[in-house]
Each structure stands twice: as C-alpha cells, then as structure tokens.
Write a protein that binds this ligand. Structure first.
Ligand code: GLV
Ligand code: MN
Ligand code: MN
Length: 423
C-alpha cells in the first residue's frame, strides 16, 4: 500500500551535497563545470553515477549509445518504467545545474523512496542521456534521438568533433558502448527536471515552471570561401576576404531574428577562420547558425530569410558559400496528463507556478515522441545558463525535486490504475 504522495519529501541537504560533490568532476576555477561528452571527465562522472545507483539498489544497464539506465524495481515488473532523465555532460564553459540536477534529483528520488520503503507499481528508471549538449558532437540530444528513432546508430557513431574524433570511437574508448540496443525498451512516462535557463520564472517570482513544450530549432553549418593572400601586398579592392564576408553574414543572422521579435532567437556560436594567421587575408571561414522559435512556420521563414541574406552577401563580396542544414528539431507539445501531474504537484505543495515553453533543447523533446513526457523547471539567477556563473537557489532546486517526486508518484498510480493494476 502506498503512503499519501503529499507526505513524501526528498532530503534536500543530501541532494545538494550530491550536486556539489559531482560538480568537482570537471569543476572550473570560476565555479562552473567543463565536462564535454565522452571525455575522460564524462567517463569519471558516469562511473560515479553508476556506483551511486548500484549503492541505492538499482540495476544499471548501458545501451549502445552510452545511455545509462538505473532501475529501481516496482511491484509489477510487467509495467514499463517511469523514467526520470536528463544529462551529465556540459558545455565547454557550463554551469553546475544544466542537466545535472535532472539526473541527480532522480537519484535523490530513488534514495527517498528507499528511505520511505515506498513501493511503486511500475519500476522507476533514472537516465543519463549521452551528448545532450551537442557542443562536442552535433547535433544536440543525439542519443535520446536514437532512442526515439529519429537518428540511427550508424549516423550517431559517425559524428565528428572539430578535431575529427568520431563519436563511436570515443564512446568505445571510455568503455560506455553497452550491449543493449538503444530504444529497445518502452517507457511508461518520462519526466525531466531542469533549470529554466531563461529569465521568466525569476522575473515573475514563480518557483515552478510547468513545461508545456519545447520551441522549434534548426542548426546549420556554413563554409565561406575566398582567396588566401598576402596582407601587405593585396590591395583592398582585389581581396576575397572570407572573414569579412562572414562578419557581414553574422550580423545578417542577427537581423533575421530581430525581424521576428519577441520570440525568435538566432546565434552564430562557433566560427573558425583559416589559415588564422595575422598577415594572411582569410581564405575560408566555417561557422554555425542556431535558429529557434516556438512556431515551426516561423523557423522555416527564418531559414529562408537567412539563406537569402547569406547568398546575397556572398555574391556581393565575390565569395563562394555552402550552407548545410545539419539539424531540425520541430516544436514539441508535451503530454497533457503528465503536465497536469506537474501542475497539481506544484499546487498541492504550495509553490507558485506558471506554464512555460522551453527555449532550450532537452532530451524530453525527443522522448516525447515515444512516451508521455513533460518537464519541471525552476528559476536560475538572471536567467543565465551555458555560463560558469549559472546559479540556482537550493530552496528552488529542492522545491522542483519535490514536485518531480510527487508528479512521478501520481503518474505511477494513474498508469497502474489505467492498466488495471493499481492498489
Ligand atoms: C541545449 O542545451 C540547447 O538548448 O542547445
Ligand atoms: Mn540541459
Ligand atoms: Mn545545455
């Protein structure tokens, strides 16, 4: 028999200590974390996570994309697990919270259920999804994408970082290419707990964001080619300066987003100029573009405007240009029942909340294709994320973890009743 859900709370001090302990794996002097996917530091945090889950009595399975599944059995092994998933990888100058609190709050949920002797109907599964960030290997959400059937493993293994190292080789190197086929088991539901990474909750003094979906996003890779030539002897009017052209293109990408305010965003976040020598006119430039908007129609319009602007600038500057769309993640709507569970958990716990659409990408965006899914957001200071100074208040993170716990337990009861197996 289950205890009343509203009476169960996580151990906030224990969860916080766990977050701060693992933050040392790849911790930076500025207080952030640099723990890129499939590096030795990722290996180290994975080993830590695996041991912690085993110590909590879980069975741990690694699939052939390196996704880690830590399962606490329920009373009915025939029910698919209710998953709590997020990611332990970070950006190059990442913070201590993005993704990480989602996995570690999941671990705290398991520890709490153990402490309480609480038996769920379905198993509860904590998941560390591989390469959510997409910083080292594009695209983002790669392994939840394979789980959801969006990408196949051959495509994923062939992704290369900027040094030419392949995802598949790096996965093998750190010993996390498991035997289990990615996507071969069903999930009853998937919940992800995350910082908002934007300014809305803080501005409105809301503790909980009830996440109704994720905005659409597309990524591009652009190569601009001109002519390498001598910086001292090539007159200005004879130059084919790829970096000068690319600079105008960067400004044009910004203009496209500004033309679709307030919701559109566009970013050139990575740029490489060759040969990158101070007395050579740059002969070629590689850069990336990230376009986002909650409406797929607007994302498509932004793509068309960006293409047109970049081709016009290339033609005017006598440069060649190749634009490749490397990722398209359409806008997502989460599951109404899971959303309602989060909203109810926030209300019953007395936390102010509001509905919110995620501006950031998350593994939940892909998992929503194969399982009822939603997310729980908490505020972060000044909305700052993908920054070593990223900060969330302990009281908010504890509140969010309690909402996660209660939403998961309510969903467990609902799904078991639906399957005719509840108590
Ligand atoms: C992932 O962090 C993304 O939103 O790009
Ligand atoms: Mn994240
Ligand atoms: Mn991130």
């Amino acid at each position: 028999m289950s205890a009343p859900i509203g009476n169960i709370s996580i151990d906030g001090d224990r969860m916080w200590a766990t977050i701060m302990e693992t933050a040392q794996i790849g911790g930076t002097p500025k207080g952030g974390i640099r723990r890129l996917t499939l590096t030795d530091l990722d290996h180290q945090v994975r080993d830590w996570f695996r041991s912690a889950c085993e110590a909590a009595g879980c069975t741990v399975v690694v699939d052939d994309m390196g996704n880690i599944f830590a399962r606490r059995p329920g009373r009915d092994p025939a029910l698919p697990p209710i998953a709590i998933g997020s990611h332990l990888d970070t950006q190059p100058t990442g913070g201590k919270y993005d993704g990480i609190i989602g996995v570690l709050a999941g671990l705290e949920v398991l520890r709490t259920l153990n402490d309480q002797g609480y038996e769920t109907n379905a198993p509860i599964e904590i998941i560390d999804w591989t390469n959510e960030e997409g910083s080292r290997f594009a695209p983002a959400m790669l392994s939840s994408g394979v789980f959801a059937g969006v990408f196949d493993t051959d495509y994923a293994y062939a992704r290369e970082d900027r040094e030419g190292q392949r995802f598949g080789d790096e996965l093998t190197r750190i010993g996390y290419k498991g035997d289990v086929k990615c996507g071969s088991h069903a999930l009853g539901a998937h919940f992800e707990f995350h910082i908002e990474q934007g300014p809305i909750l803080e501005a409105e003094a809301k503790t909980i964001g009830v996440v109704t979906g994720v905005q659409g996003m597309r990524w591009y890779e652009v190569t601009v080619t001109g002519t390498e030539s001598h910086a001292g002897t090539t007159p200005m009017k004879l130059r084919r300066d790829a970096l000068l052209g690319a600079s105008r293109m960067v400004a044009a990408v910004n203009d496209v987003a500004c033309a679709h305010t307030p919701d559109a965003v566009a970013t050139v976040g990575l740029i490489e100029s060759r040969p990158n020598s101070r007395n050579v006119v740059p002969g070629s430039v590689f850069f990336t573009i990230d376009l986002r908007h909650p409406s797929d129609g607007v994302v498509a319009a932004m793509e068309a405007e960006t293409q047109a602007a970049l081709r016009r600038i290339a033609a005017e500057s006598g440069l060649e240009i190749v634009i490749e769309r490397v990722w398209d993640s359409p806008a997502v709507r989460f599951d109404p029942d899971c959303i309602a569970s989060v909203r109810r958990a926030a209300d019953l716990s007395g936390y102010p909340s509001r509905d919110i659409v995620s501006g950031a990408g998350h593994d939940s965006a892909y998992i929503a294709r194969v399982a009822p899914t939603t997310m729980v957001f908490v505020p972060c200071e000044k909305g700052l994320s993908h920054n070593e100074a990223e900060h969330a208040e302990k009281t908010d993170v504890v509140a969010g973890a309690n909402v996660l716990l209660r939403a998961v337990l309510e969903t467990d009861q609902r799904l078991a009743e639906r399957a005719g197996r509840g108590d």
